[in-house]
Design a protein around this ligand. Structure first.
Ligand SMILES: C[S@@+](CC[C@H](N)C(=O)[O-])C[C@H]1O[C@@H](n2cnc3c(N)ncnc32)[C@H](O)[C@@H]1O
Length: 240
């Protein structure tokens, strides 16, 4: 079980962040996330979601299972938004026809670590599309008309001030008939879980989603039936 985010841990994290911010006054927050995770990996500490030590929290097919539940067919295009080291994306690639998987992230470092663990011949056959999130990549994804855009274990890494940019970017990839699935740890109030993770109330995400997709249908689906320490694993479902 995760350590409690005590006042002492908060203070250590805050000092680390302020030190980085002074050295990088104009960098976007997302660079801090990449810096912190890569530092951990380079120190050999390993990371549960990124790099060679990455393991799924539940099943490696969890993302695929939900995509299929929401109607994904092998000839559809699916986006793994914040794909990390392809921990859950590999099963999706395997299911889809070649060239139909898009994995995008805030850095290419994470998915390159994931590719290192896969058979190059298999990757060549599956022809996944991978890219760093920027206007050019988003335009290419949009042109492919994805049927489902899914973001797993990502929303929790986004500070409140960046939620509009994150959800707005996901919504920008949608077209009539598409669905976005955003996994998030749900709590009654916004709560910091660790130095890099937060849980959110569904009302906050619904408000942000509706700001970017005012005519969308918003609903919520449980990812698991369990609640631990007041935290549920939930999906925000946006349909256009
Ligand atoms: C815990 S990892 C999960 C990776 C992958 N979805 C999985 O479940 O294996 C969090 C991922 O979110 C990405 N991320 C963090 N902030 C993001 C943002 N604002 N937009 C898109 N991706 C982001 C990180 O780069 C990282 O790859």
């Amino acid at each position: 079980m995760a350590h409690k985010f005590t006042a002492r841990r908060w203070w250590r994290t805050f000092r680390r962040y302020i030190g980085w911010r002074i050295r990088n006054p104009f960098a976007p927050y997302e660079d801090y996330y990449v810096h912190t995770v890569m530092k951990k990996i380079r120190h050999g500490d390993g990371h549960p979601a990124i790099g060679s030590a990455a393991r799924p929290v539940r099943e490696h097919t969890e993302l695929l299972d939900f995509l299929r539940k929401y109607g994904l067919q092998p000839n559809d295009v699916a986006v793994d938004y914040g794909c990390g080291s392809l921990r859950l994306g590999t099963a999706v690639m395997n299911f889809l026809e070649p060239g139909k998987y898009w994995g995008v992230d805030i850095t290419d470092e994470f998915y390159k670590l994931g590719l290192d663990r896969l058979d190059p011949a298999w990757v060549a056959a599956k022809a996944p599309n991978l890219g760093v999130i920027n206007p050019a990549t988003l335009a290419k994804v949009r042109a492919d008309k994805p049927r489902v855009i899914a973001s797993w274990h990502v929303c929790s890494k986004v500070p409140e001030a960046r939620l509009d940019s994150y959800i707005g970017s996901i919504v920008s990839l949608m077209s009539p008939g598409s669905t976005a699935l955003v996994h998030f740890p749900e709590t009654a109030e916004r709560r910091q879980l660790s130095g890099l993770a937060w849980a959110s109330p569904r009302s906050l995400l619904e408000t942000v989603a509706l700001r970017h997709a005012p005519s969308a249908t918003i609903s919520f689906d449980p990812l698991t039936e369990t609640e631990i320490d007041g935290i549920r694993q939930t999906l925000l479902v946006i349909r256009t």
